[in-house]
Design a protein around this ligand. Sequence first.
Ligand SMILES: *Cc1c(COP(=O)(O)O)cnc(C)c1O
Length: 373
Amino acid sequence: MPRPISATIHLDALRHNLATASARAQAHKRWAVVKANAYGHGIERAFEGLRAADGFALLDLAEAERVRALGWRGPILLLEGCFELRDLELCSRLKLWHAVHCEEQIDMLAAHKTDAPHTVVLKMNSGMNRLGFKPQHYRAAYARLDALPQVEEIVLATHFSDADGPRGIAHQMAAFNAATEGLSGERSVANSAGTLIWAAGDDAESQAVRADWVRIGIALYGSAPDAPAHSAADWGLKPTMSLRSRIIGTQDLQPGDTVGYGSSFTATEPMRIGIVACGYADGYPRHCPTGTPVLIAGQRCKTVGRVSMDMLAVDITQQPNSAIGSEAVLWGQSAEHPGATLPIDEVAQSGGTIAYELMCALAARVPTHAAAD
Ligand SMILES: *Cc1c(COP(=O)(O)O)cnc(C)c1O
């Protein structure tokens, strides 16, 4: 028998989350962001649940090829654009849209031979200071692209640094709106947080955030972009990834007994622990301290001691019916106890990280399959 750990990808939850986030954006066009192997869900599986999207956005040329291989004929966007001239040949062949964020990428495009002019997404650095042209250089970049025979359409875009936090997006929207005034082309500014938090109103500001395209990532995968201020359930989002395993051993502890490497946990009273077949080599964060929630047989329990490579320990003192073979849900939905759910955002919070990192870190050794629900 294989180790009892597995991950399940819930296709219906992906569909539901796309529809829920789309409703906030009032059905403007939606990029489903499927970079990083669809946030760890697997491109092919995620595609199945996200077919209703208007386009797929990702970073990796190999992932773009996989989406085309699935039969998708609509737009595919390379969010970081091309890294070398050869990449542009693949863009022409696969009809990929690609970001243009620096002069070097415009130089490459000018040197590219193609009969099929490209749609490019001209990226503005409106304050995040990662990729993109500063507002004062944006028009010149636009004019350069506009003059190239290799370019057919220019989409105007920027990315928010604080759509999920107290600083908000007003400063970036002001910079973007001022620098793009009068330029023609579709626009795209909002990520998940921008879409859920800032794009839902009927006012002009919300409309400008919806623009022509929203770019939805994490919300598709059932995590609240502004956790812990809101939960996924607050936004009407459902878990799309369930990481489940089982108890493979139990121990009865006396006061003074310790658990795991470094003896970081010491029992202060008699207790019973279950050893779950899941560790950091499966992608479970080693940083999760004692007290991180786990569902055992549908009931909330807490980890004790350090997470090791292949195992972690859970306090099951209050679960007398739990034994070897009991289901452990590390995050997501229980398969055996309908309705029992552990939001991935709570586990991430406990480990001092965000759900994005947990999903992306799901290890290749964990057998993963799609489920219809
Ligand atoms: C990853 C990414 C997104 C999606 O972000 P979420 O927070 O997951 O919604 C949108 N736009 C760009 C440019 C990205 O790189």
